[in-house]
Design a protein around this ligand. Structure first.
Ligand code: GLA
Length: 728
């Protein structure tokens, strides 16, 4: 059993295959964080905690005149506002009288087999043979307010999930002003923090910063997890590298505004916390009601960043993604967006599809522009009716024709948005988020539908179902192309407007659940102007997400590198696009574009009719190659072999099958140089004692991992190769 309770000193130990996590309800009922890291068996670490008063540290009243107990300095598991802790807290409430102090103490606990789901929220799932759950109930010392902390342990993934439920059992309304999902205090300040920031078309660039006096905060207040910061961070030792040292990942299963911070304190401890962004959150709990915060997923990597990432990949692939396409091979697709933008009709689409099919592509995806009045991005969103001026005869004849040549058909929607120039807006101007009496803030000329409203969701369900039921549609790209503002709902009273950001996300999750249950055979791909909502919450509904609107292969090296710290390759939407690249103007060889896109879900985003015969032959071979390596790429272990942000000369990464019998090395020579020094890549993840055939040689795994493989000198910039390594 992975959860142990030692009743004498009330120590809880959560044990995964390689790690331990320990907490204690101390003699006063304070819930203290004792340890997280490589497994320590059979030891209670309560001796590490320094009790004792300090000047300018307040004591709760039950301490009396002793002054020997203060939350100001103790390492805590769930710090709250108003009980003497002055660091960033995980919960702040407002009582009916306007006060905010809270003092939570241990009340009870229980240990459950398996892992219960969270109401209305996406979460990691596991059965009784895979997980065990500890629920610790804390209670306020003065009022009937209970906080239930859940810890589910999935030993095989070295994962611990945390979530929090607040129950108001008082007779009055209680306001939640701030509620984070997880917080932990680590001993020491000698840590680095990895964050994954960026902007549109430049998502998830990894930054490594030392934690320093004060707080490092990352957050999104855009109503989406955002391009600008990802709800994922890693705390690590200064010496941690890809394959050595300890690191702690913290990932939030949520798609809306979030916050996370690392804070060093006066006692040289470091607090790491994550949850809903309090700038965008406030919730009124009526008597008898409860509120559940989104889930946070912790993975401690004991052998470097790579060990942590591979556990996140396995966990999210197997215990977060759902549905038919969790394991079924996903079709290789061609998307018409960069090929045509809004200028297409059924003949143009068919011509793109036919050529692609000849070369082995399996599905056509019709992107933005097929509905309502939509010749540019100024109008039409919300009118999910086929534009028969563009698609003469409607959707079904086109889909049948595409199916007729043996291809699947996919379609683009942006359900959460509305254009002011649309029939939907003219009929329901109050359906969008907007502030009464003020002009709206537009983004890409569009407004956001109020997804907290049932009538809005019912309309979308009806429209999407009608379209999906009208033809043989195998795939949906679910897009969302703006940051939110004016987050105000026409149907909620003033005192509940602070709930709208979160109610929006709950509404979105409800609609996704409804649609995907109704159409279980459809493959859904998430998108938000590329990777603006690339988060675990979305992965629960969509097994793949368009990684970035930047389709330039060289830029993608860094974007996919950063994304891989938390998310599996099977989730990363990646396509080969035309040159010069539409975002950067760069010309990259087709071979390189193929190799980079193959480290993702793989497809094309261009008109293959415009290629030479020689290029078409390359495409044909790329598709064959991707199919051959599909399992290795999609389910294999992923190893980062270089950091493209630091190494401008080359990028390398590797896939290894679970049985270590097959590996694929990918190498991109980013910039060439005159008279180059040799590049030797040390492989990873092989069996040291096994013999492998590679480049016509037979070498042991040990030789390949400890001595390495010399890369050929490739002619020119942006060249790439793939090298297969097979056990003999
Ligand atoms: C977003 C997506 C693109 C494309 C356009 C269509 O930007 O990321 O892939 O679908 O919308 O408007």
């Amino acid at each position: 059993m992975p959860i142990f309770f030692e009743p004498n000193d009330r120590v809880f130990t959560l044990r995964t295959d390689k790690t331990s996590y320990q907490l204690q309800a101390d003699a006063r009922g304070g819930l203290l964080h004792l340890y997280y890291g490589p497994a320590i068996d059979g030891c209670s670490l309560s001796h590490l905690v320094a009790f004792g008063g300090k000047s300018f540290s307040g004591c709760p009243s039950d301490v009396g005149t002793e002054r020997d107990y203060t939350f100001d300095t103790l390492p805590q598991e769930f710090p709250v506002w108003g009980n003497s802790d002055y660091r960033g807290t995980a919960l702040r409430v407002t009582w009916p009288n306007g006060g905010s102090s809270l003092d939570l103490r241990y009340d009870s606990h229980r240990i459950l087999p398996g892992k219960p789901g969270l109401p209305g929220l996406p979460a990691v799932y596991a059965d009784e043979s895979e997980a065990e759950t500890l629920e610790i109930t804390l209670k306020d010392r003065f009022a009937e307010v209970y906080v239930i902390l859940s810890y589910s342990v999935l030993p095989a993934f070295d994962a611990i999930t945390r979530s929090v439920r607040v129950e108001n059992r008082t007779g009055d309304a209680l306001k939640l002003d701030n509620l984070l999902s997880a917080s932990m205090d680590f001993a020491g300040t000698d840590w680095d923090l990895l964050t994954f920031g960026g902007r549109w078309a430049r998502e998830r660039n990894m930054t490594r910063t030392p934690v320093h006096n004060g707080k490092i905060v990352i957050s999104s207040n855009r109503g989406a997890s955002s391009h600008h910061q990802n709800p994922f961070l890693v705390l690590c030792e200064k010496s941690t590298t890809e394959d050595r040292g300890c690191c702690y990942g913290l990932s939030l299963v949520y798609s809306g505004s979030f916050t996370a911070f690392a804070e060093t304190d006066q006692m040289d401890q470091t607090r790491l916390a994550m949850g809903l962004n309090p700038e965008c959150f406030c919730w009124t709990l009526q008597p008898g009601e409860s509120f559940t915060a989104p889930e946070a997923v912790l993975i401690c990597g004991t052998e470097g960043f790579g060990s942590m990432s591979r556990q996140y990949h396995r966990l999210y692939r197997e215990h977060l993604c759902r549905g038919k396409y969790k394991h079924a091979r996903r079709p290789i697709l061609i998307n018409n967006w960069e090929a045509t933008y809004f200028r297409f009709d059924e003949e143009k689409l068919f011509a793109i599809a036919r050529q692609a099919h000849e070369l082995g592509v399996e599905m056509l995806v019709m992107d933005d522009g097929w509905f309502g009045k939509r010749d540019n991005d100024l109008s039409g969103l919300g009118d999910w009716f086929v534009n028969e001026k563009k698609l003469k005869g409607g959707l079904k004849p086109l889909v049948d024709r595409i199916n007729g040549i043996g291809m699947k058909f996919g379609i683009w929607f942006e359900p959460e948005m509305i254009s002011e120039d649309s029939d939907l807006y003219r009929a329901h101007p109050d359906w969008c988020l907007h502030l009464p009496g003020r002009e709206p803030l537009r983004n890409r000329y569009q407004l956001t539908l109020d997804m907290s409203r049932q009538d809005v969701r019912d309309y979308l369900f009806e429209r999407l179902s009608a379209i999906l039921g009208s033809a043989n549609i195998a795939y949906v790209k679910w897009d969302m192309n703006r940051s939110m503002m004016d987050v105000y709902s026409a149907v909620l009273p003033p005192e509940q407007q602070g709930e709208v950001y979160h109610r929006y996300i709950l509404g979105l999750y409800e609609l996704l659940e409804r649609i995907e249950t109704a159409f279980p055979d459809v493959l859904f791909e998430g998108c938000s102007g590329g990777g603006g909502r690339f988060d675990p919450g979305m992965l629960y509904y969509h097994p793949q997400i368009w990684c970035s609107d930047d389709s330039d292969a060289i830029e993608r090296l860094e974007i996919q590198y950063g994304t891989s710290f938390c998310y599996p390759v099977s989730a990363m939407g990646a396509h080969v696009s035309a040159v010069p690249n539409h975002q950067t103007g760069r010309v990259t060889p087709l071979n390189t574009r193929g190799i980079v896109a193959m480290s993702g879900t793989f497809g094309y985003e261009m008109d293959l009719n415009k290629m030479t015969d020689e290029e078409k032959e390359i495409v044909r071979q790329q598709i064959e190659t991707f199919k051959r390596y599909y399992d290795l790429i999609s389910y294999g272990d992923y190893y980062r072999l270089s950091n493209p942000a630091e190494n401008h000369r080359y990028a390398a990464w590797q896939f290894v099958s679970e049985d270590k019998k097959k590996a694929l090395l990918n190498y991109v020579q980013v910039l060439t140089t005159a008279n180059p020094a040799p590049v030797i890549i040390r492989l990873r993840g092989l069996d040291p004692a096994a013999s492998y055939s590679v480049n016509g040689m037979v070498l042991t795994g040990a030789a390949l991992m400890y001595a390495g493989l010399r890369m050929p000198e490739l002619p020119g910039d942006h060249q790439a190769i793939q090298i297969e390594i097979t056990a003999v």
